[in-house]
Design a protein around this ligand. Structure first.
Ligand SMILES: Nc1nc2c(c(=O)[nH]1)N[C@H]1C(S)=C(S)[C@@H](COP(=O)(O)OP(=O)(O)OC[C@H]3O[C@@H](n4cnc5c(=O)[nH]c(N)nc54)[C@H](O)[C@@H]3O)O[C@H]1N2
Ligand SMILES: Nc1nc2c(c(=O)[nH]1)N[C@H]1C(S)=C(S)[C@@H](COP(=O)(O)OP(=O)(O)OC[C@H]3O[C@@H](n4cnc5c(=O)[nH]c(N)nc54)[C@H](O)[C@@H]3O)O[C@H]1N2
Ligand code: SF4
Ligand SMILES: [Mo]
Length: 883
């Protein structure tokens, strides 16, 4: 009998319910949980491919000290001893934890308790600083608490959904699909996308505002001024429930129309169209994500948006409100346990002496952090200058994801003591660890996560863990015990959850938003059976699932606050660095690729780091599509593939954040991002970086497929990606060489005695070499003086094809399939592995809608994440046919 387990997706903050099934043979399959209120059975491409990312390849399997196997006892004794020594010698602020919104709430709770209550420092910060801290700060300024007022249902009930700084189609695909379905059922629903790029999300937009980078504060100031003088203003709500309206309006009114046009880069008629749409639509939700948060004006952006909802009283009622889309699966849980350096547990305030004493009393702890600790960027500065002597990094990869990433790497290399808890052995960060601790991965661990709409769901283990891997909470609790602290005798995550729930209700009496007291005495069996629920969930009472519809904010006077914001200068370019670099995500990869990089299907969508460049900029820079481009800022440099596209605005380039030293030669984009932060939240400005670009010329360009993982020695450029049956690799070399055959032997691990088929043409520079053994392709290398045009996906398919027939082998040398074997082209639908050429063929045969293409090819019929791309291909083909 196959066993089914209900759990939660470990990727984005949508928090989809997943049913994992382990068959009798031990194979795992996943499907969406039809009963989970976040997704009602849907999953996106990443969720659907979860089963492909849980193998043990690359896992850290036992504790290591200085790169050598150690046992848990020795490793944790060393950690506890070193932390205690540093604290004794240099004080509590000489140690720090850098944790993650991908920890489970229980892990996070224990880490925060240890640092703030027992070590007595605020030095625990998290990658949520890079992700949600501007939203947290904006919420706290406006509401007096870090509260997301609405629910996902509001997005379906709304008549106007504004998506600003959010590429929802790729980053929160299941919410995107819920909105797309609602709009299909009720076409009067309007969608506005505000983003400098024309992203896939624009596929469902009625209006796309291609805003100038960081023009959002000005835009929403303009909107506030417009609303305030019109019929949508809700004077009753403003008077009864808010403060600060006139100051905010006075500040907003300082911008003239000409200045608005200049700051936002949007023509006046478009501004008016947007303002009128907002004004005339009562049921409006404004969703925002990293285009808002990751900015030097991130907190002001958040408050500029909230101001517009307060002035119209459109908050906390069905179908309306500001809506911060959380990134990570448990960024919200981390905020609930107070895992940021400037927060306290259970949404209490570190600034409040009363709250501090309350938490200390509850924990019966020897001390309590008296002041905020160092925020991420400052924390790594303190590591660099030696103030921090011991750092514990858990479930995050800062050498890739922190701004000024090369400096962060240098800092942790110089750190006297670095502990890393991860599931992979070789990450850009883990390779510098003095103590490396093997954590449990998704499918192995148990706990809870909170999604963007405050819904708490269980993650449940259903796989046997590697024997020596341990839960993150256990690692922290065990270290605390070894440091001599009482209060960490947890037997299971259920114990921790119960304590967390009890703290949320402790002396609360409605004074704090976060209250899950209903679960304060939960036992292991109930915890096992826990079904998804939304907070607040106070003991003994049903609570409303929206906030602030009737005021009830959490400032002492229970009123919400308008915040007077200013629209400062946003252009960071200079003569030396004339372009604006914007960074973010692609559909099928997750952050630093430690998990999605394992899936061939997910790696096939976009297999290389790239820079989106506007065609006009490309012409001026002498850059053609598919050539290599070098981007450089004052802080660092990358070399990536050029993707010339009109989706990009002039003067801007976009590079994904995912690639790192494990997958590419030089593509860690955060090496270019300066450590510039928002003054209120401390969140880095990752989306507005001054850079310059130039074409990177190489003597030879290459593409290869290989069964063994390639070791691309001497290549000035390389980008590896997993493929069915092996790997694919893009290459470039500064010099031609005579001995390509020897290079292949070393790079692809070709056994002695296997001779290549192919040729090397000195005149043209073309090289084609293929190696076969026992009727199978081992590796093939194609080189030429210009970027290689080869049928890449067809070549990849040859890794798993039969090559007993010698004639077929010559097709590989040619780099092209014979007429009988079509090339699928690059993957569009990763669920059914349908390539672009298959979709084009379907369109040419008369399928002119996404549904018709789906019937013909299956593409887009499972998770639906690629439907916008399919529509783009159909439109492209039809436009071409019409020319
Ligand atoms: N596929 C995938 N999904 C993910 C993740 C992933 O790694 N991969 N990560 C998850 C996490 S942790 C997060 S935080 C979320 C992030 O989700 P999103 O915030 O949606 O993703 P990003 O691509 O970082 O940025 C969103 C958009 O902001 C735009 N932008 C840049 N500057 C500005 C600006 O000044 N104003 C406006 N209005 N827009 C701007 C960018 O062009 C980009 O399209 O995604 C989550 N989901
Ligand atoms: N330029 C630029 N930089 C950015 C962003 C951007 O848009 N642009 N976005 C920022 C944002 S929003 C975010 S959220 C960050 C994300 O950046 P990171 O948090 O650095 O990225 P991840 O790859 O998610 O890192 C998670 C790590 O935890 C490990 N891991 C997985 N499961 C477990 C587990 O159960 N336990 C433990 N201990 N480890 C585990 C993984 O192998 C991986 O090494 O990047 C930020 N950096
Ligand atoms: S939208 Fe996709 S990545 Fe996000 S939780 Fe759902 S299945 Fe996972
Ligand atoms: Mo994030």
């Amino acid at each position: 009998m196959a066993a089914e387990t209900k759990t939660t997706c470990p990727y984005c903050g949508v928090g989809c319910g997943v049913i994992a099934t382990v068959s009798d043979r031990g194979t795992v399959s996943v499907k969406g949980d039809p009963e989970h209120p976040a997704n009602f059975g849907r999953l996106c491409s990443k969720g659907s491919a979860l089963a492909e990312t849980i193998d043990l390849d690359g896992r850290v399997l036992f504790p290591e000290i200085a790169g050598r196997r150690a046992d848990w006892n020795d490793a944790l004794d060393l950690v506890a001893r070193t932390l205690s020594q540093a604290i004794a010698e240099y004080g509590p602020d000489s140690v720090a934890f850098y944790v993650s919104g991908q920890l489970l709430t229980e892990d996070y709770y224990v880490a925060n308790k240890l640092m703030k209550g027992f070590i007595g420092s605020g030095n625990i910060d998290t990658n949520s600083r890079l992700c949600m801290s501007s939203s947290v700060a904006g919420h706290r300024r406006a509401f007096g608490s870090d509260t997301v007022p609405g629910t996902y249902e509001d997005l379906e009930l709304a008549d106007l959904v504004i998506l600003t700084g959010s590429n929802l189609a790729w980053c929160h695909p299941v919410i995107y699909q819920r909105i797309a379905s609602a709009k299909a059922a009720r076409p009067s629903m309007k969608i506005v996308v505000i983003d400098p790029r024309r992203t896939m999300t624009c596929d469902i937009a009625d209006l796309h505002l291609a805003i100038r980078p960081d023009g959002d504060v000005a835009l929403f100031m303009g909107l506030l001024a417009h609303l305030s003088s019109g019929p949508a203003v809700d004077h009753d709500y403003i008077t009864a429930h808010t403060q600060g309206f006139s100051e905010a309006l006075a500040a907003a009114s300082t911008l003239s129309l000409a200045e608005l046009v200049e700051r936002t880069g949007l023509p006046a008629p478009q501004l008016h169209q947007f303002f009128r749409l907002f004004e005339t639509t009562e049921n409006t939700v404004t969703c925002y994500s990293q285009g808002v948060n990751q900015s030097a004006s991130g907190t002001d952006k958040v408050n500029a948006i909230i101001n517009c909802h307060l002035v119209t009283g459109r908050i906390g009622r069905p179908g309306m409100g500001p809506f911060s889309l959380t990134g990570q699966p448990n960024a919200m849980g981390g905020r609930e346990v107070g895992g940021l350096a400037n927060m306290l547990a259970a949404h209490m305030a570190l600034e409040s002496a009363e709250d501090r004493l309350r938490v200390q009393r509850f924990w019966a702890s020897p001390t309590i952090a008296a002041k905020p600790g160092l925020k991420a960027v400052d924390m790594f500065r303190a590591v660099a200058d030696g103030r921090i002597k011991a750092l514990w990094v858990m479930a995050t990869n800062p050498v890739v994801s922190m701004p000024d990433a090369d400096a962060v790497e240098a800092a942790i290399k110089a750190c006297p003591f670095l502990v890393v808890s991860d599931i992979l052995r070789d990450t850009d960060t883990a390779r510098h660890a003095h103590v490396l601790l093997p954590s449990l991965g998704w499918g192995e661990k148990d706990g809870t996560v909170t999604n963007s709409e405050r819904r708490i769901s269980r993650q449940r283990g259903f796989l046997a863990a590697p024997p020596e891997a341990r839960a993150d909470w256990w690692q922290m609790a065990e270290t605390a015990r070894r440091m001599g602290f009482a209060g960490f005798d947890y037997r299971s995550p259920a114990d921790i959850f119960a304590e967390h729930a009890a703290l949320s209700a402790f002396e609360n009496h409605g004074s704090r938003d976060f209250d899950i007291g209903a679960h304060a005495s939960i036992g292991p069996a109930q915890y096992d059976a826990l079904t998804p629920f939304q907070w607040p969930a106070p003991a003994g009472g049903r609570a409303a699932n929206r906030f602030f519809g009737n005021g009830g904010f959490y400032h002492p006077d229970r009123k919400g606050r308008f915040i007077a914001v200013q629209a400062g200068a946003t252009d960071r370019t200079s003569q030396q660095y004339p372009l604006t670099l914007n960074t973010g995500r692609i559909r099928d990869h997750w952050h630093t690729m430690t998990r999605t990089g394992k899936s061939a299907r997910l790696s096939g969508h976009i297999a290389e780091p790239f820079a989106e460049i506007h065609p006009q900029d490309a012409v001026e820079l002498g850059i053609r599509d598919a050539c290599l481009v070098e981007l450089e800022s004052a802080h660092g440099k990358v070399v990536v593939r050029a993707l010339v596209t009109r989706r990009q605005a002039r003067g801007n380039v976009f590079v994904p954040m995912h690639w790192n030293d494990q997958f590419a030669a030089q593509a860690r984009i955060d090496a270019l991002v300066p450590p510039l932060t928002d003054p209120v939240s401390g969140q880095p400005a990752s989306k507005n970086v001054a850079v310059r670009a130039r074409r990177a010329r190489s003597a030879l360009y290459g593409f290869a497929v290989s069964v063994a993982k390639p070791v691309p020695n001497d290549a000035v450029y390389w980008a590896l990606a997993k493929a069915d049956g092996g790997w694919r690799v893009e290459l470039a070399f500064d010099e031609a060489r005579e001995d390509w055959s020897n290079w292949c032997r070393a790079a692809f691990g070709i056994p002695a005695g296997v001779e290549p088929l192919g040729y090397m043409d000195r005149h043209s520079g073309d090289v084609r070499l293929a190696y076969f053994q026992d009727g199978k392709l081992l590796a093939a290398l194609l080189l030429s003086r210009e970027p290689v045009a080869a049928a890449r996906n067809w070549l990849i398919a040859q890794l798993t094809a039969d090559h007993s027939d010698l004639r077929k082998r010559f097709a590989i040398v040619a780099g092209r399939p014979g007429a009988d074997q079509p090339d699928p082209g690059s993957t569009v639908c990763s669920c059914f592995s349908v390539g672009v050429n298959g979709i084009v063929a379907a369109v040419r045969s008369g399928c002119h809608s996404v549904e018709a293409v789906g019937r013909e090819t299956n593409a887009g019929t499972n998770c639906g994440s690629c439907r916008a791309e399919i529509r783009g291909i159909i439109d492209g083909c039809l436009a071409q046919a019409a020319e």
